[in-house]
Design a protein around this ligand. Structure first.
Ligand SMILES: Cc1cc2nc3c(=O)[nH]c(=O)nc-3n(C[C@H](O)[C@H](O)[C@H](O)COP(=O)(O)O)c2cc1C
Length: 430
């Protein structure tokens, strides 16, 4: 006779069975990049172990949102990327001929990029460039001197709006430390690229470094010059970020005269290195510019003497759309994610028209599925980047965007993404 166990009692062997099964199942779902597991979080978890049939429901991203503070989960996500703990068997690493294209003079497997701000200090470059599924990976912003950024808390999830407000304020390890990581990763990437070329294997992501300035620096151009000097040799492109809302005075560098002076200075510095190939120079702008400011930037971008090879549109917004529901909407900082989506797309559209499609645009802001990416590409982007979608959907969003984008291209009768760029502007195309 066995004594009757109290209600809810679970034996040690049950715990081992359930726990082991749970870990194994979670591992399979995580590495196969199951979108349901990451986003909806509903997993019907079945274990039959001798006597028990157990169904468990787990919600990965919602659980992270509930239990882990935003900055902490950001740090964990970077560490996981660094250790290669990203989906390995699902759609993430699948590539589609429709998405293979040229970005910044290089062939990429797909035009979906990781935006700046995720890997600010270049801790996970190699893993991100080889096994995340992104076609482009950008790190930074990196400032010349190390600086701590603003006080915590400084990142806020607007859950109801699928947005994020951040006021990190360029927390950075500084160019010295970051350069060591970049150099090491770049050398490995170059090696891998050669191997891939010789064996017809998948191309690595192209790699960019996003440059910022120190909060207390008086002459911004000297800070960007330092960034160029530290990273020009070790990347495919450099981003001049003059659009983060969390560094006082930074965005005023977008005005015409200031921008002309700055870009001429930076271009001269890049040319001075005499590299072949020379890293491309990309300017990242805010979505909050008025028409005359956008028009000024278009003129500078069209003038070859300023050396702008492409524009990233856009950074986060300081505006707060009426539609926001979250209590955290009035936190100071830059807003990203879904509430930024249409604003950035419209900015792309305007810039594409003003430049008549002559300056490549990398669209950024609220991309979370194939349709979001498609809308930006039709409006004039040659490639897109994302960051906030990782907060809500985790890494499987990369596979999802690629799969859905390829489907949309096929459905509309195109054979390659390059045919879609700017297709909303039929009158311009004539
Ligand atoms: C937490 C956070 C930190 C960011 N840090 C940077 C940064 O250091 N430099 C930069 O150029 N953009 C930064 N961004 C802006 C993103 O690169 C991107 O332009 C913006 O978030 C819009 O894209 P998304 O809606 O896909 O996030 C940051 C965004 C977030 C959410």
């Amino acid at each position: 006779m066995y004594s009757k166990l109290p209600p809810g009692y679970i034996t040690k062997s049950s715990i081992v069975c359930i726990g082991g099964g749970l870990v194994a199942y979670t591992g399979i779902e995580y590495f196969s990049g199951s979108e349901t597991f990451y986003r909806k979080g509903v997993i019907n978890f079945l274990i039959i172990s001798m006597k028990y049939l157990i169904t468990l429901i787990i919600q990965l991203m919602p659980a992270v949102h509930r239990f882990v503070e935003p900055e902490q989960s950001h740090k964990i996500a970077v560490k996981m990327a660094k250790w290669g703990l990203m989906p390995k068997f699902g759609y993430n690493l699948k590539e589609y001929p429709e998405l293979k294209t040229e970005v910044l003079g290089r062939t990429v497997e797909n035009p979906i990029g990781l935006a700046a701000g995720f890997d600010k200090n270049g801790e996970a470059i190699y893993q991100l460039a080889t096994s995340s599924g992104f076609g482009m990976v950008e790190i930074g912003s990196v400032t010349p001197l190390p600086q701590p950024g603003n006080q915590r808390p400084r990142v806020f999830r607007l859950l109801e709006d699928e947005g994020v407000v951040n006021r990190y304020g360029f927390n950075s390890d500084g160019v010295g430390k970051v350069q060591q990581r970049v150099k090491e990763a770049w050398e490995k990437l170059v090696e891998k690229r050669k191997e891939a070329e010789n064996s017809n294997r998948r191309n690595m992501a192209i790699f960019g470094v996003n440059l910022g300035k120190n909060k207390l620096a008086e002459d911004a151009k000297l800070d960007y010059e330092i960034g160029v000097n530290y990273f020009a040799k070790y990347c495919d492109y450099l981003v001049v970020n003059i659009s983060s809302p969390n560094t006082p005075g930074l965005r005023s560098l977008q005005s015409k005269k200031e921008l002309q002076n700055l870009m001429q200075y930076i271009k001269h510095d890049v040319d001075r290195h005499g590299l072949s190939p020379s890293p491309k120079l990309v300017l990242k702008i805010a979505p909050d510019l008025i028409d005359s400011e956008i028009s000024d930037i278009a003129q500078v971008a069209l003038d070859k003497k300023y050396g702008i090879d492409a524009l990233i549109i856009s950074n986060t917004t300081i505006s707060r759309p009426e539609s926001l529901k979250s209590d955290l909407k009035n936190e100071v900082g830059g807003l990203s994610g879904q509430p930024l989506k249409d604003l950035s797309t419209e900015c792309i559209r305007r810039m594409y028209r003003l430049t008549k499609g002559q300056v490549p645009i990398i669209g950024c802001g609220g991309v979370a599925n194939g349709e979001d990416a498609y809308a930006k590409i039709r409006a004039g982007a040659s490639a897109v980047q994302l960051y906030t979608a990782l907060v809500y959907d985790g890494f499987p969003v990369v596979g999802k965007v690629k799969r859905e984008l390829a489907e949309l291209i096929r459905k509309d009768g195109y054979s390659n993404i390059s045919e879609v760029v700017g297709s909303d502007h039929k009158d311009l195309k004539k």
